[in-house]
Design a protein around this ligand. Structure first.
Ligand SMILES: [Fe+2]
Ligand SMILES: [Fe+2]
Length: 380
């Protein structure tokens, strides 16, 4: 493919001279000529050039202004420019190089010099373009790989939530629905996008700690006695422990990879694990301070947990469980309404009520008979 070269000079006879000088190169180069910097910039806006040769002294915009404008525009910033100067114009030469000229040529121009310089700057640009192309491919690959890893990470998180759900026979889409409800409530509350996304991903892990509760307690059909209830309450601490950032497995993994401890690798602040662990620990705290395991009250309870508490309760009330029938939505809303300010945060409850249509649509779409989450915009 022919390379496109633009020559800029206000003197027509200079351009004519260049045209004659390079007649023999027309098989290799497409030559274009502009009588001013503005005309040259117009040409470059309309088409791609591989090199520019420009005079410095021109009426209106001079060669420096042309150079500066070219360096500022994305389309032309990498196009090499050869500046033509007088033999002794040392200051001009220095300034041209400072502004990013690729090369300098003394006037009057010798044909062989001009051809050699043009070849050199064009092949350098080719090389740079090739590297740029390879970098773009590499960047795309890294991006794809990162998205893949992110996808598997989220998938594992959701499957972990489902594993815990199977443990106490709350099969179906409970954890998925809790994720979707939590996201909608957080959005209605005006939470930022990052928080909403993290909540969506981590809320299904709220009961992961049930994995550590014995069958005799977890699956007991009769009401739990005080001791059994104390065992049951431990699922919060167990869940937080499972999701804690300094897990032994992660430490072993990072030690194997050469990092000293969990955290040396920049993972100590992993926001997803942090939020997941916080939800697991505090999703049974009550707004009035009478919840468990710590008895936190009001805004001491992390916002994510105040949202999940309501999403989880709404879903549990509307779902059939081995020990209870499903309530109608009106009954569930009335139970929740009575608990505002006691169990539930009033602001979160208001956002919940405001979003009820959307929550209802999710509940219908992701009912326990639904085997597919497609079309909800709520799939993990
Ligand atoms: Fe729980
Ligand atoms: Fe739950």
């Amino acid at each position: 493919m022919k390379k496109h070269v633009l020559f800029v000079d206000d003197e027509p006879n200079v351009l004519d001279g260049l045209r004659r000088m390079l007649r023999g190169e027309r098989g290799r180069w497409e030559l274009d000529f502009a009588g001013s910097a503005d005309e040259a910039l117009d040409r470059m806006r309309a088409g791609d050039f591989d090199a520019v040769v420009s005079d410095v002294n021109m009426p209106g915009k001079d060669g420096f202004a042309l150079l500066a404008e070219m360096r500022m525009a994305e389309r032309t910033q990498d196009v090499p420019i050869i500046i033509l100067t007088g033999r002794h114009e040392t200051d001009i030469k220095r300034r041209a190089l400072d502004l990013g000229a690729a090369d300098l040529l003394n006037k009057p121009v010798e044909p062989q010099d001009l051809i050699a310089r043009l070849r050199s700057v064009i092949s350098l640009k080719d090389y740079q373009d090739e590297i740029k192309g390879q970098n773009a491919i590499l960047e795309r690959k890294v991006k794809d790989r990162t998205a893949e890893l992110e996808g598997s990470r989220l998938d594992i998180i959701w499957r972990l939530g489902k594993a815990a759900e199977h443990r106490d026979e709350e099969t179906g889409n409970h954890v998925v629905r809790v994720g979707c409800y939590s996201r909608v409530i957080a959005e209605t509350l005006g939470a930022d996008r990052e928080f909403v996304e993290m909540l969506f991903v981590t809320s299904p892990l709220h009961d992961i700690g049930k994995i550590g509760i014995p069958d005799a307690v977890l699956l007991k059909p009769d009401p739990l006695d005080k001791d059994e209830w104390d065992v049951m309450k431990r699922h919060c601490v167990i869940g937080a422990e499972i999701l804690r950032e300094d897990s032994k497995v992660m430490n072993a993994f990072l030690a194997w990879r050469g990092a000293r401890t969990y955290g040396d690798n920049g993972n100590a602040q992993d926001p997803i694990l942090k939020m997941a662990s916080s939800i697991a620990l505090t999703h049974h705290e009550w707004w009035d301070g009478t919840g468990y395991p710590t008895g936190l009250a009001g805004e001491e309870i992390p916002l994510e947990s105040r949202i999940v508490a309501l999403a989880d309760a709404y879903d549990a009330l509307c779902s059939k469980r081995p020990y209870k029938p499903a309530l109608s939505e009106a009954e569930a809303l009335s139970v929740i309404h009575d608990e505002v300010g006691r169990h539930f945060d009033p602001a979160v409850s208001a956002a919940f009520e405001e979003s009820i249509k959307e929550l209802r649509a999710i509940r219908t779409e992701l009912c326990d008979e639904a085997s597919c989450l497609a079309g909800m915009g709520c799939s993990p």
